[in-house]
Write a protein that binds this ligand. Structure first.
Ligand code: G3P
Ligand code: MG
Length: 239
């Protein structure tokens, strides 16, 4: 079970509070999204702009780290999170290490709107120099980002974010090994594809109890959910 953007349903998404909660409840994996700031820092946020999840406005790529750090990334969710800031990828990695997270971190490269020149090199560099005790898997809707990641380090694990475009999957598959499919739940349910030989299928985003149970019964490799604590309770009750 992967916590989508941290424990997004109970905490402000993609903040340290959301990641801390995801680890404390026992998530097997954590998913987050990254962009580059104006001054080239790897920033953990979902949207291309800060408008929805902070008290500021503007595009992440046009704001410096200092400008991004001045924003309140928690109050939009609840006043009790008013001190939450937009984290850098390094800050999240440090938190995961501090909390002794030994699961899988799924870094989604949000390069489908802006190419963010150099993002793949930066993330690869970070993990060349950082000792970590969790596994890494990269994903992206932009397949060229995954190819770059593989070219930089062929041992990197990459997961195809499945958006119903089989050609893209085949292009990547020709040259590089894919570690997993991260597919939209609706597609998986419609096609009844729950298992592919030797290839984990992780589905997003499964939030209803009914569909959590459905996925566990189908023995899908993992669900990605905004409610990791509830998902674990259901999985434990079902087993
Ligand atoms: O990685 C699965 C999921 O996060 C992809 O969609 O928009 O939530 O990043 P999104
Ligand atoms: Mg994502």
């Amino acid at each position: 079970m992967f916590a989508h953007r941290g424990s997004k349903g109970t905490h402000p998404e993609n903040t340290l509070a959301a990641f801390r909660e995801a680890i404390l409840v026992g998530s097997d994996g954590i998913e987050l999204d990254i962009h580059l700031s104006k001054d080239g820092e790897m920033i953990v946020i979902h949207d291309e702009t800060v408008d929805r999840t902070t008290n500021g406005i503007g595009e992440v790529c046009k704001l410096s780290l200092a400008e991004l750090k001045a924003l309140d990334a928690g109050s939009w969710f609840s006043p009790i999170y008013k001190d939450e800031k937009i984290p850098t990828l390094l800050e999240v990695v440090d938190l995961l290490e501090e909390l002794e997270f030994h699961g899988i971190l799924n870094i989604e490269l949000k390069t489908d709107h802006h190419p963010y020149d150099g993002l793949e090199e930066k993330v690869n560099q970070l993990f060349q120099h950082k000792k970590i005790h969790f596994k890494l898997v990269y994903s992206s809707f932009n397949y060229s980002s995954l190819v770059k990641i593989k070219e930089l380090n062929p041992l990197s694990e990459v997961a195809v974010l499945y958006a119903q475009n089989g050609n893209n999957v085949r292009v990547l598959n020709k040259k590089y090994e894919i570690s997993a499919w991260h597919a939209k739940f609706d597609w998986v349910k419609q096609k009844q594809v729950f298992n592919v030989e030797k290839m984990p299928i992780r589905v997003w985003t499964v939030n209803s109890h009914r569909y959590m149970q459905y996925c566990f019964q189908k023995k899908i490799s993992a669900i990605m959910t905004d409610f990791p604590k509830e998902a674990l309770a259901i999985r434990n009750g079902w087993q």
